[in-house]
Design a protein around this ligand. Structure first.
Ligand code: ATP
Length: 449
């Protein structure tokens, strides 16, 4: 093995560096870019959609497939509007906002210590000519059918969990589940955020992966701890360093009135510690409210004790976009190599890396055998092929995309049936027989150390 270790390495300092890499390499860029973008909406390009899908499948595998006590669901984005009255969103899902009388912009009342984007100097929003705070509902509305009257009003869901509650009885009975058990879904949620910012961190359209776990009141503490540990183990498994991940229990004045406890999982972004997931004890609030509003009893009977009760709910709610952003921020490195050469590398965990291996023939004359290797590897992983430019430049392109392995086919390969496999982070190179290449890569991709 040969290696070429970097002399110095630095992490992401400014979000702009990542925003530009993501656009240039097709991870994430502004939606409707040719019209100047639309604030709070983002598109995931060829690399971004692979990253996101990998994260979603890891979550689904761990939370749904590996468990007998969790069922999956894919509900519609628009629900009966009564759903959002019962959940309290129509009345309460709002942020207190202030308007600036001079620049006519609107700000969140809890974010007025920031610099005003309209003021010439570093004046703070709180020093502007502001109105009193007013509540602004964050749900996005739409109209159904041809009429424009109140009866046609509907909402895009503000969180993915409410349909889990309204479908609770149907899922439990059809899957023949007994308590304790959970229902999970991944999907889009929409919030009319006033100040979308920090790249995808606060968007107006985003994806959540949520689990609602139903249990008897006597077991809610046990299941809260279980899911908190389970979710932390998941995040650690994604490769986040211990000093970039922490939990933050909510103070009692932060809790929703129905919640008994809540803990945020936070990641250290370049703009500070921020929530990526919430674990909440929601009590029996949601099922009780939907029972009341729909006039349908959503309680269950314990077959042994014959006790009739409304289940308690432990929720885990993770933002897929925020976790992707955390993964990208965490992975980003600029390294100085020998002779002042520099490379940007995304040290993504192989399980989430969009491309697992790139096949690079040393010369275009070697395209045929290199293509044959790519076709074989493609049956197992997402594999990229690149024959353009010098080999150093091709390595750099893959480093920036976070590709864990590059496979180089050279003139010796024709003689000895071997290729050079270069590992992204250490840049160590290994000669590997083409026959065992898929097994070799699988073993190294699955290695967790
Ligand atoms: P915040 O306080 O940051 O607005 P929240 O406490 O309202 O978040 P929840 O309602 O608990 O968030 O949603 C669960 C998860 O959904 C969050 O941890 C986050 O990862 C994600 N999420 C919430 N709002 C947004 C958003 N506007 N853009 C991207 N992801 C979001």
């Amino acid at each position: 093995m040969t290696r070429d270790m970097p002399d110095a390495s630095r992490r992401l300092e400014h979000m702009d560096e990542l925003v530009s890499l993501c656009a240039r390499r097709g991870f994430i860029f502004a939606s409707s870019e040719i019209y100047g973008g639309i604030n709070g909406f983002w598109d995931y390009g060829p690399l971004g959609v692979e990253l996101k899908n990998n994260l979603k499948s890891l979550w689904w595998q761990r939370v749904v497939r590996e468990r007998e006590d969790v069922e999956g669901l894919d509900s519609s984005i628009i629900s009966h509007p009564r759903t959002w009255e019962a959940s309290g969103h129509v009345e309460h899902f709002s942020d207190p906002m202030v308007d600036c009388r001079t620049c006519k912009r609107r700000f969140r009342a809890d974010q007025t210590d920031e610099a005003c984007p309209e003021a010439p100097s570093q004046r703070r929003v709180s020093e502007c000519d502001l109105t009193e705070p007013r509540n602004f509902n964050l749900m996005l509305q739409t109209r159904l059918g041809a009429s424009e009257d109140a009866a046609s009003l509907a909402y895009l869901r503000a969180e993915t969990c409410q349909p889990i509650f309204t479908d609770f009885k149907r899922v439990r009975e059809s899957a023949r589940q007994k308590l304790p058990f959970g229902i999970a879904q991944i999907g889009k949620a929409f919030r009319n955020e006033i100040n979308p910012r920090n790249f995808t961190f606060r968007s107006r359209e985003f994806e959540q992966a949520e689990l609602e776990f139903f249990c008897h009141g006597s077991e809610r503490e046990k299941w809260f701890q279980h899911w908190l540990e389970e979710r932390l183990a998941f995040h650690r498994g994604l490769g986040f360093d211990a000093d970039h991940l922490r939990t933050r229990p909510h103070d009692s004045d932060e809790l929703a009135h129905y919640a008994r406890q809540a803990v945020d999982v936070e990641f250290l972004f370049p703009f500070g510690w921020q929530e990526i997931e919430g674990i909440h004890d929601r009590g029996d609030w949601d099922l009780s409210r939907h029972s009341e509003y729909a006039g349908k009893d959503l309680g269950v009977t314990d077959l042994e004790t014959k006790e009739r009760f409304v289940p308690m709910v432990i929720e885990t709610s993770v933002g897929i976009d925020r976790t992707c952003l955390a993964l990208l921020c965490h992975a980003y490195r600029v390294e100085t190599l020998a002779e002042g050469d520099e490379r940007t590398v995304l040290r993504l965990h192989p399980a989430v890396a969009p491309i697992k291996a790139a096949v690079l023939p040393l010369s275009k004359k070697l395209a045929d055998p290199a293509r044959a290797i790519q076709s074989e590897l493609r049956r197992h992983f997402n594999v990229f092929y690149d024959e353009a430019g010098n080999i150093g430049r091709r390595y750099r392109r893959q480093d920036e995309a976070g590709t864990p392995f590059c496979v180089t086919y050279d003139f010796d390969s024709q003689e000895d049936g071997k290729v050079t496999v270069r590992e992204r982070d250490s840049m160590a190179q290994d000669r590997v027989a083409v026959d065992g290449l898929a097994a070799y890569l699988r073993e190294r991709l699955e290695r967790t150390d």
